[in-house]
Design a protein around this ligand. Sequence first.
Ligand code: SF4
Ligand code: SF4
Length: 302
Amino acid sequence: MSDFNIINTSGVSKNEFSLTVISGKGGTGKTTITASLAHLVDKEIVKADCDVDASNLGIILEGETIEQSKYVGAKVALIDQAMCDQCGGCKDVCRYDAVDIVNSKYIVNNLKCEGCNACVVNCHLDAIKLIKEVTGDVIKKDTKVGKLVTSKMIPGAEGSGKLVTEVRRVGKTENTETLIDGSPGIGCAVMASVTGSNHSLIVTEPTQSGFEDMKRVYEIVANFDSIPLAVINKYDINEEVAIKIEKECERLGIKIVGKIPFDTTVNEAVNNLRPVIEYKDSKAAIAINEMYQNILKVIEGE
Ligand code: SF4
Ligand code: SF4
């Protein structure tokens, strides 16, 4: 457990379905597992795709867009060229190297500007102001398995954590019971994904890097009031490391809810943009089904 204070979740009762699926890095099967869970949950919940840098859940769950809105997630500086005397003060004060000189004019590079306001307060002619910038779209969809909130981030836009928060917020306003495909990694977007979820499902793989990533992402979850669960994907490709992961999970108090065997059907499902759970007799589908039953037992407090 880290030294940070535990962060409380918001207004979700303990037995409600409120689960975020995360992983220490991309490519562990997180979205494949989330899509299958979306098909298995037999009550009305909202699905939210908080993997905003690679929003693929909506592609697998399909469905139609019912609402789309712009999300203003950042502010950037804008220089009024008519007021500017080209003194260069803004370029000197900018720690992000976001002010360029183009044809003798001082121009802010939106892709580098962090909206820190330093140039605004330092401009002796008040020639700079911060303006709002759209960083993406928030999209509501109707799918075969219920409502989905997803997003489309503008390439190069800053503030993925804020967009994650907005996707999660919109999802929670539709229904407090949610299944979230969280952001991979260990950055602020992961924290934003886990916030407000009763349970966090860590997807890991039996490799040394998978083992280390699992521990790192657990450090994030441990700061939240979210019960950590884990699933070992392709556990049989290296049973020795899989056992090591199980022991570490036991030590950290993470409940293993599933062990999914390597199964070529998963690749077939991914190539066909289908959730593997549709391949009912496959080894992976059977294991994911068992995992879902174990998650339900945890949620129901058995
Ligand atoms: S500090 Fe103000 S006046 Fe000076 S170059 Fe920048 S915008 Fe122009
Ligand atoms: S707002 Fe901050 S980051 Fe943006 S140009 Fe001004 S000083 Fe640089």
